[in-house]
Design a protein around this ligand. Structure first.
Ligand code: FAD
Ligand code: NAP
Length: 477
C-alpha cells in the first residue's frame, strides 16, 4: 500500500487508546505509515478512567499520565464530542477508513430482575458513579436522603459505591469531585451502608487493596458478621480457593481481621457492614424503598450457592445494585444481546454466520464483557491490532471509497457541515489546564479544610467542556 493505512477507533477509553498506540508502534516499526482517528462521544478522553474510577483513587492517575503521553505524541487524532451511530454512521466510517475498531466499553448497569427494583430510592451503581464522577449526561442532583443504604453485589464497583457513600465528604475534597457532588454528600444523613454478597466471603470479586482500603476510611467502622463466616465454613470449593489463590488468602485474612469480640461497640459515626450469603429477592416498599428482602444462601461445594428458604428483611431507604455493567449496541454493528458484547473472534467482528466482517474489529469491554482492570485492555488491544495488521498484510481489508482529502480533513468538513462541535487533543489540553486551574484557585470555606490541595476540579456540563475545549484550540490539530 503506497498511502498510509487509515484506521478509525471508536471510543477513547483505555482500550481505544492502547489500540491506537499499539497500532501506531507496530506499523511504524515495520517501516509503514498509519493515520489513526480516535472518535469519542464525550468532549474529553479516558472513558471510565475519567467517569468510572472513584475520585479517591488517585494512584490510577499514573495510568492516565501514560495514556496522555500516547495521545500527546501526535500520532493519534482525537475527535471528541462525536457519537458514532448518531453524528456519523458506521457505514460512513467504513467508507472512509481501511478498518474501524470499536472500543465503546460498557456504560450502563446490568439489570437485577427482582420485584420492586424500579421503586423510587432504587438506583444503579453506574448512575451514581456517573454522578459522583461528574459525567456530563447524568442528572446533577442526586437524592442522598437515606440513613441506611443497601449495596447489592460483591465486586469492586460495590466497594467503590459503598465507600464513597459512607465517606465523610471532607475526605473527598482533595480529589477532583465537582462542587455539586461535595455539596450533595455534605447533605447526606447516612449512618450505615450495608454491602450484600450472594456468595460467601471466599467468593468475593473484590481485589485485596480495594478491600483493605475500607478499613482505612476515617470515622467509618467496618463490620462483618460471625454468622456469615460460620454458614460459609466447610465449603470444599472455598477451601481449595483459599489454598491455591493468594489474593483470596489475603482478602480472607482482611475480612477475618474485621471480626470483633462479642463485647465490641462501634465508635465511628458511620458504619460499613459486609454481609455474605444473602441473595436479593425483593426490594420492599409501597411508594419508595423501605427495605430489601434477602434469602439466605448456602454453598453447595462447587463455587455456587442455593437458597435455604430462610428470608430476612433489612430496613433501608435506598438500594444500589452493583451487579455488573452492560454494553450497548451500536447501529450498524452486530451485537450479542445475551452477552452484551460485539461478537468477535480475537477482535475480528463476526456476522450472524460467525464469519469475520472485513475491516471491522472490537477491543476492550465491548469485545469481552465488563470485567477486568484497565491494564487488561492492553492485552485485548494487542490481540485485536495483531489480527487487524495480519488482515492488512493479507490484503483482506476493503478499500475506502471516500478520499480522506489532502490533509485527512474530509471528515472534519463532514462533521462541520452537520454542525457537530467536535473537540480535539489541543482542546483537551485546554480543558485539562482549565480544570487544573480551578483546582489551584480552590479556596477552603473553613479552617478545617485549610490544608487541602486540589489538583483538579472537573468541569461537568457538556456545553461548557466544549466551549473551553474549542476556545483556544485549533480545530483539526
Ligand atoms: C465504576 C468503575 C470503577 C473502576 N475502577 C477501576 C480502577 O480503579 N482500576 C482499574 O484498573 N479498573 C477500574 N475499572 C475498570 C476499567 O474502568 C475498565 O477496565 C476500562 O475502563 C475498560 O476500558 P474500555 O476502553 O473498554 O471502556 P471505557 O473505559 O468505558 O471506554 C469506552 C469509551 O467509548 C466511548 N463511546 C461509547 N460509545 C461511543 C460511541 N457510540 N461513539 C463514540 N464514543 C463512544 C465512551 O464514551 C468511552 O469514553 C473500573 C470500572 C468501573 C465501572
Ligand atoms: N479499584 C478497582 O480496581 C476497580 C474498581 C471498580 C471496578 N473494577 C473492575 O471493573 C470490573 C467490573 O466490576 P463490577 O463490580 O461491576 O463487576 P464484578 O466484579 O463482576 O462483580 C459483580 C458482583 O455482582 C454480583 N451479582 C451479579 N448478579 C447478581 C444478582 N443477580 N444478585 C446478587 N448479586 C449479583 C456478583 O456475584 P457473583 O460473584 O456471585 O456472580 C458479583 O459479586 C471488575 O473487573 C472490577 O474488578 C476495578
Amino acid at each position: 500500500m503506497t498511502r498510509p493505512l487509515r484506521v478509525a477507533i471508536v471510543g477513547a477509553g483505555p482500550a481505544g487508546i492502547y489500540a491506537g498506540n499499539i497500532l501506531n508502534r507496530q506499523v511504524t516499526e515495520a517501516g509503514g505509515e498509519v493515520a489513526i482517528d480516535l472518535f469519542e462521544s464525550l468532549p474529553a478522553p479516558y472513558g471510565l478512567i475519567r467517569y468510572g474510577v472513584a475520585p479517591d483513587h488517585p494512584r490510577i492517575k499514573g495510568i492516565v499520565n501514560s495514556l496522555h503521553e500516547m495521545l500527546d505524541a501526535g500520532t493519534i487524532r482525537l475527535i471528541g464530542n462525536v457519537e458514532v451511530g448518531r453524528d456519523i454512521t458506521v457505514d460512513e466510517l467504513r467508507e472512509r477508513y481501511d478498518a474501524v475498531v470499536f472500543a465503546t466499553g460498557a456504560l450502563r448497569d446490568a439489570p437485577l430482575d427482582i420485584p420492586g427494583i424500579d421503586l423510587p430510592g432504587s438506583y444503579g451503581a453506574a448512575d451514581v458513579v456517573a454522578w459522583y464522577d461528574g459525567h456530563p449526561d447524568v442528572a446533577r442532583e442526586w437524592p442522598l436522603e437515606a440513613e441506611q443504604i443497601a449495596v447489592i453485589g460483591n465486586g469492586n464497583v460495590a466497594l467503590d459505591v459503598a465507600r464513597v457513600l459512607a465517606k465523610h465528604p471532607k475526605d473527598l475534597l482533595s480529589t477532583d469531585v465537582p462542587a455539586n457532588v461535595v455539596a450533595g454528600l455534605e447533605a447526606s444523613p447516612v449512618t450505615d451502608v450495608h454491602v450484600f454478597g450472594r456468595r460467601g466471603p471466599t467468593h468475593v470479586k473484590f481485589t485485596p487493596i480495594e478491600l483493605r482500603e475500607l478499613g482505612e476510611v476515617p470515622d467509618v467502622d467496618v463490620i462483618v458478621y460471625d454468622d456469615d463466616f460460620e454458614r460459609a465454613a466447610g465449603d470444599p470449593h472455598a477451601d481449595q480457593l483459599l489454598a491455591s489463590n493468594n489474593q483470596v488468602k489475603v482478602m480472607t485474612r482482611t475480612l477475618n481481621g474485621w471480626r470483633k469480640p462479642a463485647d465490641w461497640v462501634p465508635t465511628a459515626s458511620r458504619r460499613l457492614h459486609l454481609h455474605f450469603l444473602h441473595a436479593p429477592v425483593e426490594v420492599l416498599g409501597v411508594d419508595r424503598v423501605e427495605g430489601v428482602r434477602f434469602e439466605r444462601t448456602r454453598p453447595v461445594g462447587d463455587g455456587s450457592v442455593v437458597g435455604t428458604g430462610e428470608f430476612v428483611d433489612v430496613p433501608v431507604q435506598a438500594v444500589y445494585r452493583a451487579v455488573g455493567y452492560a454494553s450497548s449496541p451500536l447501529p450498524g454493528v452486530p451485537f450479542d444481546e445475551r452477552r452484551a458484547v460485539i461478537p468477535n473472534d480475537g477482535g475480528r467482528v463476526t456476522d450472524a454466520a460467525g464469519q469475520p466482517i472485513p475491516g471491522v474489529y472490537a477491543t476492550g469491554w465491548i469485545k469481552r464483557g465488563p470485567v477486568g482492570l484497565i491494564g487488561h485492555t492492553k492485552g485485548d488491544a494487542l490481540e485485536t491490532i495483531t489480527n487487524l495488521l495480519a488482515d492488512a498484510a493479507a490484503g483482506a481489508l476493503p478499500e475506502p471509497t471516500v478520499s480522506a482529502g489532502p490533509d485527512g480533513d474530509e471528515v472534519f468538513e463532514l462533521l462541520e457541515g452537520r454542525g457537530i462541535r467536535f473537540t480535539t487533543w489541543a482542546g483537551w489540553l485546554e480543558l485539562d489546564a482549565h480544570e487544573r486551574g480551578l483546582g489551584e484557585a480552590w479556596e477552603p470555606t473553613d479552617a478545617a479544610h485549610a490544608d487541602i490541595v486540589r489538583e483538579r476540579v472537573k468541569v461537568v456540563p457538556r456545553d461548557e467542556q466544549v466551549e473551553i475545549s474549542r476556545a483556544g484550540a485549533l480545530v483539526g490539530s
